[in-house]
Design a protein around this ligand. Sequence first.
Ligand SMILES: [Zn+2]
Length: 284
Amino acid sequence: MIKFGPSGLCEQFAQSGLSHTKDAAAWLNKLGLDCFEYSFGRGVQIKSATAKDIGEEFARQGIEMSVHAPYFINLATQDEEKANNNHRYIMDSLAALRDFGGKRCVFHPGSPLKADRKDAMNLLLQRFEKVLVLKEELGFKDLLLCPETMGKKAQLGDLEEVISMCRIGDDSIVPCIDFGHLNSRDCGIYHTKDDYERTVDRLLEGVGEKKTDKMHVHFSKIQYTANGELRHLTFDDEIYGPEFQPLMEVFAEYKLNPYIVCESAGTQTRDALAMKKYYSTLSK
Ligand SMILES: [Zn+2]
């Protein structure tokens, strides 16, 4: 089943007088949403008991949870010690994901910094193979790990780089396609259904049907410059895009079942609902 939900707690949630993540479960269920992404942007600091408690409430309400690993992870780092730490942050994220009872963990691949891009990508792929070994050794084989397409040109994680990461992993390595990021890094590539189809067709060819069907999706409108992503916007933006409607049409037509997380700035729940509502008019 295709799923829609927000990343993190939105402004509307706070305005309802709620503040605890646990309360988001019933709130999202009442709105008719399906999933929720918990972000460990600044580090994995949740206690196991707390995560289990939150996870139980989300399970009760039928809202699937996913996690976003810390933003500072860089698998292309030259520094061995930092690389080992980065492996640990991903494993810590997977452990928390297990406590939440969720299935998907998203992470940012990394940045080449001063290295040549191809060399950096080769190093990243070697490091990623270690991540895959650790993932299995620590008993996280069944959890999906999703390398994300990134919004700045200087970051590793264009569509082809994410595809190459997914190709070395087993079925549990699934792409996280952030359409706002891809739109930003190339200064506005998504306008029509054809534009989105090109990306989905490339995924079908590059990672296969199974991984494309269950891909992770991040969607938001994002302001960009010539270097790529600048800041996340809301669906009220009329300048930068991209628009979600043609993408929903592609998902319906291709009968795909992605897990779609909205990352709008503050209005992510309202905007996730807008996508779900539009999608439901197509799939009847
Ligand atoms: Zn991300």
